[in-house]
Design a protein around this ligand. Structure first.
Ligand SMILES: Nc1ncnc2c1ncn2[C@@H]1O[C@H](COP(=O)(O)OP(=O)(O)OP(=O)(O)O)[C@@H](O)[C@H]1O
Ligand SMILES: [Mg+2]
Length: 112
């Protein structure tokens, strides 16, 4: 099992969610994040304003997936999140040891 974490533009979130739902993703976590990348936030534009602070608002997506789907899920996110401009975001994948569905006690792939 893998955890896909994606930091993306907040205004891309709905489009990415819809693409993931179309792909068959059944659950995900979204949270607000602030961060910076190589430009340290200085040359990025968000909602028409050039930010002069070095922390920019981003959306953080977390999706648990089975190993066989992880490459496709990353592709869907990258294809949807990409605008070609600095600040499009970053996606990374980590290995997950265990997942439990609280209601049923199911574990591992059955719990995703
Ligand atoms: N090395 C990193 N570790 C953790 N989070 C990061 C890292 N780099 C970027 N992020 C997060 O991703 C967000 C978007 O990063 P961003 O797209 O600006 O990356 P970048 O490497 O500067 O690429 P680009 O040159 O396309 O802007 C940042 O605001 C930050 O929240
Ligand atoms: Mg950047």
């Amino acid at each position: 099992m893998k955890l896909v974490t994606a930091i993306v533009r907040p205004d891309k979130l709905n489009e990415i969610r819809n693409a993931l739902e179309s792909y068959g993703v059944q659950g995900l976590t979204v949270s607000q994040a602030n961060g910076y990348g190589r430009q340290r936030g200085h040359t990025e534009v968000y909602r028409g304003a050039e930010y002069t602070v070095d922390l920019l608002p981003k959306a953080r997506l977390e999706i648990l997936v089975s190993n066989e789907w992880v490459d496709d899920i990353v592709d869907v996110i990258v294809a949807t999140a990409n605008t070609g401009r600095a600040g499009d975001g970053k996606v990374w994948v980590t290995t997950v040891d265990e997942v439990v569905r609280v209601r049923t006690g199911e574990r591992a792939e059955a719990a995703i």
